[in-house]
Design a protein around this ligand. Structure first.
Ligand SMILES: *Cc1c(COP(=O)(O)O)cnc(C)c1O
Length: 417
């Protein structure tokens, strides 16, 4: 980064500071990861200079012969990865992918059955301030109060009662397998379409660690930067018969020029996701989340739904320790353990306070950590949450974190300044 270093000292310091933070902290935010060097290279390439409105072979601009290759590679690879009939790799993010699907199929005011945000759903699944909640009639489904898992029969009853046009599956804070097959049956019974938003679990699905929703869903949307470990972006997969309306809604419906450097980085990530190495990492990601969850249980914590099938878990810190999610995440931050506060199902606390914290294993697994480190980290978390006003104890944990992260460098080829 010599050019930035010379030209813009303030910005340079911020970037270096962030790189240092990523190296020195324990990253347990379930939606984050460390993109590979190859992904970062593609993102930082000259492809950022190119306008390419349209699609490969059908552009509104000249000189697209090279970026056409990048986009075609991305499309071809992602279709192969998930066995999809059609792919659009232009959405700038997971949210814009969701918007494109919904706008392409529904008129304003039509009904969507989607997972309640308070039970783990995403903003774009019906938050009143989001396009989804503003322009469509959202019928939320939750999880069973006892098992804290999806209750497919309850979803079917809601569907029968309200007759939504679209059912949205997928979540940002749900630690159990989502059975798209069961939701397909629901949709067939009520005459609805199914959109599965696999943003969080896309890497697990690619590796076969979570059932692939593609055969059961008219539409599958995703981000590329979570378990999939690519650049910050999104994509849409759909059945062939929806290819045209989806492509037209992404461009020119919602977006202008595609980000060709990001599309190139997606092509890299989709190639990496086909490797044995990637598969092994996803298997380890699931094992690590399980190890973290089991050790926290041994230490007396209540885990929502009593565990995890995937890369994340929700810890009910309010029930376990009498502290809120907000307090827990703030004090863990002091020990350089990065998590986010999160509502638990049927939470009694307001959203900005919350009773839980969400923990994810993807970033630490990318660094090379295994079950042994997860158990150790569960212990560190427990020390902090059991001593929230004890500065000395928190300092000791911070030192332990520092010793641990030193052993697991994130970008071996990048010099930390
Ligand atoms: C993260 C996420 C998104 C949105 O992704 P952005 O790229 O941040 O817009 C959409 N859906 C789900 C379920 C997510 O977890």
């Amino acid at each position: 980064m010599d050019a930035i270093k010379k030209y813009d000292k303030k910005l340079y310091k911020a970037i270096v500071g962030e790189q240092k933070r990523q190296q020195e902290n324990l990253e347990l935010i379930a939606s984050e990861n460390y993109a590979t060097d190859a992904v970062l290279e593609a993102q930082g390439s000259v492809l950022t200079n190119k306008y390419a409105e349209g699609y490969p072979g059908r552009r509104w601009y000249g000189g697209c012969e090279h970026v056409d290759i990048a986009e075609s590679l991305a499309i071809c690879r992602v279709k192969k990865l998930y066995k999809a009939e059609h792919a659009n790799v232009q959405p700038h993010s997971g949210s814009s992918a969701n918007m494109a699907v919904v706008f392409s199929q529904l008129k304003f005011g039509e009904k969507i059955l989607a997972m309640d945000l308070a039970c783990g759903g995403h903003l774009t699944h019906g938050h009143p301030l989001n396009f989804s909640g503003k322009y469509f009639r959202i019928i939320p489904y939750g999880v069973d109060r006892k098992t804290e898992r999806l209750d497919y029969d309850a979803i079917l009853s809601l569907g029968k009662k309200h007759k939504p046009k679209l059912v949205i599956a997928g979540a940002s804070a749900y630690s159990r397998t989502i059975h798209a097959k069961r939701l397909r049956e629901v949709c067939d019974k009520i005459g609805a379409m199914l959109m599965t938003d696999m943003a969080h679990i896309a890497g697990l699905v690619a590796a076969g660690c979570h059932p692939n929703p593609v055969p059961y869903s008219e539409f599958v949307t995703s981000t590329t930067h979570k378990t999939l470990c690519g650049p910050r972006s999104g994509f849409i997969l759909c059945k062939k018969k929806f290819a045209k309306p989806i492509d037209y809604m992404v461009f020119p419906g919602l977006q202008g020029g595609p980000l060709m450097h990001i599309i190139a980085a997606k092509a890299v990530a989709f190639k990496e996701a086909q490797t044995e190495r990637f598969k092994k990492k996803q298997i380890q990601t699931v094992k690590n989340a399980y190890a973290l969850s089991e050790q926290l249980k041994r230490l007396g914590y209540r885990i929502v739904s009593n565990g995890t099938d995937n890369h994340m878990l929700l810890v009910d810190v309010f029930k376990s320790k009498g502290i809120t999610g907000k307090e827990a995440s703030a004090v863990l931050d002091k020990a350089r353990i990065t998590v986010n506060k999160n509502l638990i199902p049927y939470d009694t606390q307001p959203p900005l306070v919350a009773s839980g914290i969400r923990l994810g294993s993807p970033a630490l697994t990318t660094r090379g950590m295994k079950e042994e480190q997860m158990k150790y980290i569960a212990g560190l978390i427990d020390v902090v949450l059991s001593n929230i006003s004890n500065k000395k104890k928190i300092r000791e944990v911070r030192e332990a974190v520092s010793n641990l992260t030193k052993k697991f460098p994130i970008y071996k080829s990048r010099v930390l300044l």
